[in-house]
Ligand binder design. Structure first.
Ligand code: SF4
Length: 490
């Protein structure tokens, strides 16, 4: 029997929790006189849906007030024709959110809209502030009260606190206070603003559609709208778009860029370009580098769909190996499918991913994925391939092991759930049941990206370029990894 003996909890784990790091948010903004900005934002959020599936929202200004609609759910579930028709204006920002554990309250949906001394303000944030607790205390002393647990509310409160002068001056003072990771789109009744933290940890790019300027987490949102990517917002830059056009400001001292390397490993869409690097090309290059570092003698290279496809292509082409889609993924599995009967649990797992028996039977198989977080999915896949008659199963990961949590807005799982933080590579191989397990090295990753510096790799190296949060916010992440485990993964 295939997948015999699978437990209910394992089936649920496999079906409902992707064995991946989870992105936190996607942001979008448009200043588009004469355009249906709500509808354009809606389409852009569709393109950014992979960055967050828990909630979606759009705020629109027609000059006098800001209207907002936001709710938990996918973009397609949150907006209707009527809602979009009611969101009239020439200026809009949008947000899709992945809520980390414990923060999935409706009140945490973005954009956050508030009123301050100078009028209305809408804020959408991607990232994570590491000094949120200290900021909250500072604001509380000044009389602020909070309705949510999101950093966007702290940022809006700081802008209000410093709001006596111009908005640009308030932003400058706010940026001095903020520590951590942030890509922001902010809207007043008549201005659209984009801000990227001084390290450029999260992506933010600038585009143009006819005479309208756009901001987005990823350039794939521009492609969908037929807009042109002009450039990335530079680390530490503030871009302000109003009826006079685009203005750029830099108030903070430059620091070395620390763009999240996981955007290239997993988060971003392959058709996006970030800071001049095409994501698809980068992933393919990671596969080629892994082939140089660790060639294996196999009959077929197959990817874990969809995250392993580009890396598997790169690996196979570098070694002139046969590549095929040996695993089929069902994209329509939902929460309602879980059943308690053993045979239905087995069936559920096979429904999500099913090997093509003819391609793997009797073959030495290399299965390629971009990363392993908990190892549960990899274990199931190896088991399935063996059950379908694969003679050997070699697991190839086109990134280094994830050994440490992310504090910059990505839900990594707790350190205790990161298999590479708990087990050696050999112990992980045994747990997964593969004939071999190989990761790309950190040096190989740099070669694939053609840039040795300028990336945050903290979850792979435990070197945190933006610092780590105050102990109050660290909470669950404080479990220590042994020094032996740290040595092994370097
Ligand atoms: S720790 Fe990892 S996931 Fe987090 S920002 Fe750095 S590279 Fe990205």
């Amino acid at each position: 029997m295939l997948d015999e003996g699978i437990k209910n909890s394992e089936a649920e784990d496999f079906l409902l929790k992707p064995d991946k790091m989870e992105e936190a948010c996607g942001v979008f903004g448009i200043y588009g006189q004469g355009k249906d900005v709500a509808r354009l934002t809606y389409y852009a959020l569709y393109a950014l849906q992979h960055r967050g599936q828990q909630s979606a929202g759009i705020a629109v200004s027609a000059g006098a007030e800001i209207k907002v609609h936001k709710k938990r759910g996918l973009v397609s579930e949150v907006f209707t024709e009527q809602i979009l028709a009611d969101l009239t204006g020439h200026l809009a920002i949008g947000h899709v959110q992945y809520s980390a554990k414990g923060s999935n309250l409706a009140v945490n949906s973005q954009p956050l809209v508030c009123h301050y001394l100078k009028g209305n303000l809408a804020v959408a944030h991607n990232g994570n502030l590491i000094n949120a607790q200290a900021l909250k205390e500072k604001l509380a002393v000044n009389g602020s009260v909070f309705q949510s647990t999101i950093d966007a509310e702290l940022i809006a409160n700081l802008l209000a606190l410093y709001g006596q002068g111009t908005l640009e001056e308030a932003l400058m003072k706010t940026m001095i206070d903020l520590k951590g990771s942030y890509a922001l789109v902010i809207m007043t009744e008549d201005k659209l603003i984009g801000v990227r933290d001084p390290y450029g940890n999260r992506p933010l790019c600038l585009g143009k559609l006819d005479n309208s300027y756009l901001l987005a987490s990823e350039s794939c949102a521009f492609d969908v709208l037929g807009a042109e990517l002009i450039r990335d917002v530079a680390p530490g830059e503030i871009v302000v778009i109003d009826q006079e056009g685009l203005h750029s400001h830099r108030f903070v001292s430059p620091v070395e860029r620390a763009l999240c390397v996981f955007e290239f490993i997993y988060f971003a869409r392959p058709d996006s370009n970030i800071d001049g690097i095409n994501v698809m090309e980068a992933r393919r290059a990671m596969g080629r580098e892994l082939a140089q570092e660790s060639p294996v003698d196999v009959d077929i290279v197959i990817p874990v769909p969809d995250s392993g496809i580009a890396g598997a292509l790169g690996y196979a082409e570098a070694l002139n190996l046969y590549f095929d889609m040996g695993l089929m993924k069902n994209r329509y599995i939902g929460r309602t499918f879980i059943r308690s009967e053993q045979n239905e649990r087995n069936l559920a797992v096979r429904l999500k991913l099913n090997p093509v028996t003819k391609l793997v039977q009797g073959k030495k198989v290399a299965i390629v994925d971009d990363s392993i977080v908990r190892g549960t999915t990899s274990k199931k896949i190896v088991q399935m391939l063996r059950n379908r008659g694969a003679a050997e199963v070699h697991l190839l990961i086109t990134a280094p092991p994830v050994i440490a949590p992310c504090y910059y807005g990505i839900d990594t799982s707790e350190r205790g759930q990161l298999i590479a933080a708990q087990k050696s590579i050999e112990e992980t191989r045994v747990y997964i049941g593969a004939d071999s397990l190989t990761y790309l090295s950190l040096a190989g990753l740099s070669r694939a990206l053609r840039q040795e510096a300028g990336f945050c790799e903290a979850c792979l190296s435990e070197e945190y370029p933006l610092g780590i949060p105050s102990p109050e916010r660290l909470g669950k992440h404080l479990t220590e990894v042994s020094s032996q485990q740290r040595r092994e993964v370097r």
